[in-house]
Design a protein around this ligand. Structure first.
Ligand SMILES: [Cu+2]
Length: 183
């Protein structure tokens, strides 16, 4: 393929990406979903038309299956007997969404983590220093492939700081991490 063909292919992918992101926005409006604004933004920056497809998934994903968090109507603190469920989506744009999870002190949370798209991810959660250092023994879901969902239950003890991250090669460095806010 010569360079001109590459240029055409690139343009086509960009157009496809924009179209898919547009569909994602419409879906979001239709379902009243609270799609994080950063999602569509990273899709465009990525310039990857195929990855824009996750915008559709993102549009229908609103974290609705997560149990209500602190301050929300219906909030019930998670306990070891009955953990509170928080859904996390690992995206092809190397993000964990939502990037901020708010908990009450000493809650037990079951993270249900789903990989959207073809990139394999991990999900580690615990004390922020351990997570940043990818310290051995820190609770983790490994090798989470496309459209797979696995869960990890973790009890947060004390004020933190706590965080979560993906340590697939290069992902943490690219910003694939999130923060636990203890209320
Ligand atoms: Cu990752």
């Amino acid at each position: 393929m010569n360079s001109r063909h590459f240029a055409w292919l690139g343009a086509a992918l960009v157009v496809a990406g924009i179209a898919l992101l547009g569909i994602g926005s419409l879906t979001s409006l239709a379902t009243g979903g609270s799609t994080p604004r950063g999602w569509a933004g990273t899709g465009i920056v990525g310039g990857s038309g195929m990855m824009g497809g996750s915008g559709i998934v993102g549009g229908s994903w609103s974290g609705a299956a997560s149990a209500p968090g602190p301050g929300a109507s219906g909030f019930v603190a998670g306990t070891q007997a009955a953990p509170r469920v928080v859904q996390i989506v690992a995206t092809p744009q190397l993000r964990l969404l939502p990037a901020v999870v708010t908990i009450q002190a000493d809650e037990t949370i079951t993270f249900e983590v789903t990989t959207m798209g073809p990139v394999v991810h991990e999900f580690m959660v615990g004390p922020a220093a351990d997570v940043a250092a990818d310290k051995a023994g820190t609770p983790e879901i490994a090798d989470l492939g496309m459209m797979q969902t696995r869960s990890l239950t973790y009890t947060f003890t004390g004020p933190g700081p706590f965080s979560f991250a993906c340590h697939a090669p290069g992902h943490f460095e690219a910003g694939m991490s999130g923060t636990i806010v203890v209320q």
